[in-house]
Design a protein around this ligand. Structure first.
Ligand SMILES: [Fe+2]
Ligand SMILES: [Fe+2]
Length: 471
């Protein structure tokens, strides 16, 4: 087990050739996928050789093979982690029963909705990022963008396999719809709001991969606990790919911050923008924007859907094992509710608060990333400025806090107060125009754009001046 068969038209480790109907259905979807990729994948780079990794095994160590590939020839396929025949359901009403290899009829609709919602984010991010190849700050970054893009394409394959394999005709129709919606489209937008936001500059890309891909990490982690075993095994392998996306975001922002401090030291007035860099306050505003948009992806703080998903065993908590009590029936969680203009803690039964439980895990993880950024700022000699995460109530469009205004510290304020501070807290048109003005491509091997520091090391042990993309 674990080995992937690359002789097949669709590479896989699920013995696809033993199920001719499924194989044929997926082989019919494949050309539609490739059409979509040609149309909506990285613009202008489809014919170039890119130094990419491809999965060759699914175990945690050493699963990747690196080589030059033209993106449309990337071997997208279906990779699940190995099967554990004794695996038991770890939470909810079915705790302790054997996991399911088929979808129970009563959970079919819920499960399909979960898979479609996750699946929709994958092509959406490729669409959002499709023009970034025109302005990469280095060949190293350009290659990382394309690695993220092809793997998001593979994540779409992962979800489409489940839809085709376990949901019959409905599943096949949903798989077609996943190629029909478009990020930001007025008539057929992607399902979730963060995935309809434009991503046209690299500061945005690094924020997106830090905060929005990290939402993906937590959603996949919760689904890796699922009683529906094929979903669990699919998500486990997706998580190992996701780690690189998070690395790209975290180190990208860190390099922008380092460069800002270096440039401030070179300017007589300490003005980073005068030196062609991105000042720390602007980075903070982009962080505020993407952190808050990504928080919305977890859903409402109080949610009967979340309770149903947990009860049914479809979606667990992040690392459910580390919790002591897996029914989640005995506890509650205090969640501040706005009453008039004050916040009042209310005890919410834990199952109904499951979105908030997962969001809190996510926020903790984000804080660790921010701590690393602040350490990098100290290392560069920045004495006072720190990046901070705003409150989870700030700038929300979903959930309990969507209809009111809150300052970054979480205190309730009036809508007019919020507007008065908007350009201090969130990227202004002027900020965005400035950042966009810096976006000129740097495609000499080893060279970096002025606004970003060089990474510490190359990809897969290669030197920094390696030709990561053959121009
Ligand atoms: Fe993904
Ligand atoms: Fe990702």
């Amino acid at each position: 087990m674990g080995d992937i068969d690359y002789n097949e038209r669709i590479p896989n480790n699920v013995d696809l050739s033993s199920d001719r109907r499924l194989q044929r259905a997926l082989e019919r979807w494949q050309p539609a996928y490739l059409d979509w990729w040609q149309q909506m994948g990285p613009e202008g780079w489809q014919a170039k050789d890119v130094y990419l990794r491809t999965a060759v095994r699914v175990d945690r160590g050493g699963w990747a093979h690196f080589d030059y590939v033209r993106m449309p020839e990337y071997r997208w396929g279906i990779f699940l982690t190995d099967n554990d025949p004794d695996r038991k359901i770890g939470f909810g009403d079915h705790e302790g029963e054997l996991v399911w290899q088929e979808v129970p009829g009563e959970y079919r609709n819920m499960l399909r909705r979960i898979i479609v919602t996750q699946g929709d984010t994958e092509p959406a991010s490729v669409e959002q990022q499709r023009i970034l190849g025109a302005t990469a700050p280095s060949l190293y970054d350009l290659r990382n963008l394309f690695q993220v893009n092809v793997e998001e394409g593979r994540h779409l394959w992962a979800m489409v396999y489940l839809l085709h394999g376990y949901f019959g005709r409905d599943g096949r129709e949903e798989a077609e719809e996943l190629l029909a919606r478009r990020s930001g489209d007025e008539d057929k937008p992607r399902i979730l709001d963060a995935f309809n936001q434009p991503c046209t500059d690299w500061l945005t890309f690094f924020c997106f991969t830090t905060f929005t891909d990290r939402d993906g990490k937590y959603q996949l982690g919760a689904l890796a606990e699922s009683a529906f075993d094929p979903l669990s095994r699919t998500c486990q392998f997706m998580l190992t790919e996701e780690a690189h996306h998070l690395f790209v975001g975290q180190t990208g922002i860190e390099r922008v911050l380092r460069r800002a401090v270096q440039l401030a030291a070179l300017d007589p007035n300490g003005d980073v923008r005068d030196m062609g860099g991105i000042d720390l306050q602007t980075v903070q505003r982009f962080v505020n924007f993407w952190f808050s948009y990504s928080l919305d992806l977890f859903g409402s703080e109080v949610s009967s859907n979340a309770a149903d998903f947990f009860a049914a065993g479809l979606k667990g908590r992040w690392k459910e094992d580390k919790y002591e009590e897996h029914s989640a029936l005995e506890r509650s969680m205090n969640i501040p509710h706005l009453e008039g203009d004050t916040l009042v803690d209310k005890a919410v039964p834990l199952r109904i608060a499951m979105n908030e439980v997962l969001r809190n895990e996510y926020v903790e993880d984000c804080q660790k990333v921010v701590d690393k950024w602040n350490k990098a700022l100290r290392d560069e000699g920045e004495a006072t400025f720190e990046i901070t995460l705003p409150s989870t109530r700030f700038h929300r469009r979903q959930g309990l806090y969507a209809d009111a205004s809150f300052a970054p510290d979480g205190s309730p304020i009036s809508a007019s107060d919020f507007e008065a501070h908007r350009s201090e807290w969130l990227p202004s048109d002027e900020d965005r125009a400035y950042v966009r003005s810096l976006m000129t491509p740097v495609y000499e091997p080893g060279q970096m754009a002025s606004w970003i520091a060089a990474p510490r090391k190359g990809i897969n042990g290669q030197p920094l001046d390696y030709e990561y993309v053959r121009i």
